[in-house]
Ligand binder design. Structure first.
Ligand code: AMP
Ligand code: ZN
Ligand code: FE
Ligand code: FE
Length: 306
């Protein structure tokens, strides 16, 4: 039995599987890019995409480590997009060139918006009698791009709340008192940024759109494909019910979208989600990563070597 076969009742373990949605310490993940790559090898994955929020800083280290240990590492990014009507979604970009000047310039703008928003959230927390010690916050941040999960961890360390989940539920989640909106790109600008950087734009975890009916999701996806040029949809995700997954597969077929899947692994801020496995049953086939690569090649003629 290989190391990827540790799970009972899962013949073959994660052999031939991939994880196309993960976070590192470059944003709000627990593991450094190199350590994440090693973990992926350890559990038997065949390929791994790095999709940090608003940054590609973790990509070079992950790709370098991937070359050393023989794991295919796919350069990626995840950004939050304003969809109008007080709605937002996340866009994944796969096979982007992490050195693309246009991409880096837009990401810097998003990082600045994030910084300003963070200051406002921290101000609100202080106003509620929960100032965060900069040293504790920096420790939680671990050198990455500061986000609400780091603040939630710092709140736990201060003893203001018992868990990261409680910090979100009571203060940090959308609609809670310390939540502050942030500047986001619109769908067209977000897709253009990804495509110009050589990447394939994919709608992430569509259930977070909170669209009430299958018909509404259908209309939303159709619009996103026709108006903005989104090329894929994240079909496999730890939170998806079998019904929702089937709906996403249906939409992929209907609108000619590539299918992707991943765990959104963060480590300790989302402890119930495991790399590769998600909540225990997610197995994303390597063929989906291959199809993404082929699309990137057919669009741009080349991709950076994983
Ligand atoms: P930010 O980038 O600051 O907007 O934070 C977004 C991140 O917060 C997401 O990627 C999630 O990892 C995390 N997050 C959002 N809601 C929750 C929640 N209810 N519990 C734990 N983590 C959450
Ligand atoms: Zn995150
Ligand atoms: Fe996301
Ligand atoms: Fe994510």
């Amino acid at each position: 039995m290989g190391r990827g076969d540790r799970r009972d009742g899962k013949p073959g373990g994660l052999r031939g599987c991939v994880d196309l949605h993960t976070h590192t310490t470059a944003s709000d993940g627990e593991l450094a890019p190199g350590a994440l790559v090693e973990k992926a090898v350890d559990i038997g994955l065949k390929a791994l995409a790095i999709t940090d929020h608003d940054t590609v800083e973790g990509v070079p280290e992950a790709m370098a480590r991937g070359r050393e240990v023989g794991l295919e590492v796919i350069p990626g990014v995840e950004i939050s997009v304003d969809a109008g009507s007080n709605r937002s979604f996340h866009l994944l970009g796969y096979f982007i060139d992490p050195g693309d000047p246009g991409l880096l310039s837009t990401l810097r703008d998003l990082q600045m918006a994030r910084h300003n928003r963070n200051e406002m959230i921290l101000g609100r927390l202080a106003g509620f009698g929960m100032p965060l010690d900069p040293r504790i916050l920096a420790d939680c941040q671990a050198g990455g791009l500061l986000g609400r999960p780091h603040m939630a961890q710092a709140m736990v360390r201060h003893g203001y709340v018992a868990s990261v989940e409680e910090a979100f539920m009571r203060f940090l989640a959308k609609g809670r008192p310390a939540y502050v909106e942030k500047f986001r790109l619109g769908p067209v600008d977000a897709v253009v940024m990804v495509k110009r950087a050589g990447g394939v734009p994919v709608l992430a975890h569509p259930h977070t759109l909170n669209l009430e009916t299958p018909l509404e999701l259908d209309a939303f996806v159709r619009n996103l494909v026709r108006e903005a040029g989104v090329m894929g949809i994240e079909v496999l995700y730890p939170d998806n019910s079998p019904e929702f997954e089937a709906q996403c597969r249906f939409l992929a077929g209907r609108y000619g979208l590539l299918m992707t899947g991943g765990t959104d692994f963060h480590g300790s801020t989302k402890p119930e989600v495991e790399l590769g496995w998600g909540r225990g049953t997610l197995r994303v086939p390597y063929g989906w990563a291959r199809a993404l690569r082929q699309r990137a090649v057919s669009m741009h003629g080349r991709v950076r070597k994983g």
